[in-house]
Design a protein around this ligand. Structure first.
Ligand SMILES: [Zn+2]
Length: 136
């Protein structure tokens, strides 16, 4: 499990990864315009404000686009034994987009429009990444 490439944790994105390790989704929200911001940044991409706070968004969303990974690209053989798997871009209900693997459904059955909830997958000690599971 430890052979999977690990995310690069920086002071800017550390709150996200700390929360992910606890299996909680934490994203930035702009205190000026109120929009949710993903991925972590130093200023709001919508209004330019640097006044961002970390908040817990709703954990549900709708798949915007999906692809099925069948071959290893780059040097990440640790993922190979889990292939094929679906990777989706998800429009979260609070208005930001995030991507991750979709677990709990056959890859070929994952479709745009499918409702999902975020979950977390431990990929190493103290490191978890967001994944998505279809809502019933
Ligand atoms: Zn803003």
């Amino acid at each position: 499990m430890s052979e999977k490439p690990l995310p690069e944790i920086t002071p800017l994105n550390k709150p996200f990864w700390d929360a992910a390790a606890r299996h909680e989704l934490l994203v930035q929200r702009c205190k000026r315009c109120g929009r949710f911001v993903w991925y972590p940044r130093g200023s709001c991409p919508y209004c330019g404000s640097r006044d961002l706070e970390w908040v817990k968004p709703r954990e549900t969303g709708t798949i915007y686009a999906v692809t099925v990974a069948r071959v290893v690209v780059g040097n990440s053989p640790a993922w190979e034994k889990e292939m094929p798997y679906a990777v989706a871009i998800v429009d979260m209900d609070d208005g930001f987009r995030i991507y991750g693997r979709v677990l709990g459904a056959k890859p070929e059955e994952v479709r745009p429009g499918m409702r999902v909830r975020v979950d977390f997958e431990d990929i190493s000690t103290g490191v978890a990444v967001p994944v998505f599971r279809p809502l019933p």
